[in-house]
Design a protein around this ligand. Structure first.
Ligand code: CTP
Ligand code: MG
Length: 236
């Protein structure tokens, strides 16, 4: 089965603070997006990578891909993204050619995911799971709250049992037809924060495989410090 990776990279990165779109920010001198593209292309199973660029940044992303060394066995496509992650992923899916039957969706904001994690996800889809998500146990206790006015203390409504919670990562892997169906079934205003959430709504099974600490998402400024430290450790 042929496998493609769709990389949503169209976000601004509001939580990271002002500057270039998050995926284009450098980590140790190389744009985060290039690290993420290399992480997908590192898997020998991935024959195509579709980058979903910032809406006005497709030309810049094409130039970046041309200017950085990437594996020759992998094909690359660039499409402009949308207003939400979900829309951006859909635009990436729409660009997939015939003959692809497994799709990975991987955040550009998770540039350091190890290839073993990528291969583990692909293998689980090949073994028959329609939707596969890498995940880790959560370290913090998590509270559910009632929304409060800004500046007001938030009332707690529940504390889910931590041992049963998992923090999910990407790449999430899917049988292509299942992921397409999940996206087509979306009701306006009822999106999900990850693709697997859409598959769950179809009533299809979603399974977890072990994630990796280095697959963390670069979200806030401290995450840049951590990402550069991980890269420095890899080079040591
Ligand atoms: N993403 C996207 N299109 C959007 C929004 C997000 O492709 N309209 C992508 C981001 O580029 C990122 C991934 O979805 O690779 C995960 O999103 P997140 O970490 O939230 O990134 P941003 O939305 O850019 O960050 P923020 O929420 O802080 O603005
Ligand atoms: Mg976001």
């Amino acid at each position: 089965p042929r496998t493609a990776a769709v990389i949503p990279a169209a976000g601004r990165g509001v939580r990271l603070g002002p500057g270039a779109p998050k995926a284009l920010r450098a980590l140790n001198g190389t744009p985060m997006l290039i690290h993420a593209v290399r992480a997908m292309a590192a898997s020998r199973a991935v024959s195509l990578v579709v980058v979903v660029a910032p809406p006005d940044g497709a030309a810049e992303v094409k130039t970046l891909l041309a200017d950085h060394a990437l594996p020759e066995r992998t094909d690359f496509l660039v499409v402009p993204g949308g207003a939400t992650r979900q829309e951006s992923v859909k635009l990436g899916l729409d660009a997939l050619p015939a003959g692809i039957d497994i799709v990975l969706v991987h955040d550009a904001a998770r540039p350091l995911v190890p290839v073993d994690t990528v291969d583990g996800v692909i293998e689980a889809v090949r073994d028959g799971a329609p939707a596969v998500v890498p995940a880790l146990p959560v370290a913090d206790t998590v509270k559910e709250v009632e929304p409060a006015a800004p500046g007001e203390p938030e009332p707690v409504v529940a504390t889910p049992e931590r041992a049963r919670l998992r923090a999910v990562q990407t790449p999430q892997g899917f049988d292509r037809a299942t992921l397409l169906r999940a996206h087509e079934a979306v009701v306006v205003g009822e999106g999900a924060t990850d693709c697997a959430g859409l598959v769950e709504r179809l009533g299809e099974p979603v399974v977890l495989v072990p994630g990796h600490e280095e697959a963390f998402k670069v979200t806030r400024p401290l995450d840049l410090v951590l990402a550069e430290a991980v890269l420095a450790r890899r080079r040591a």
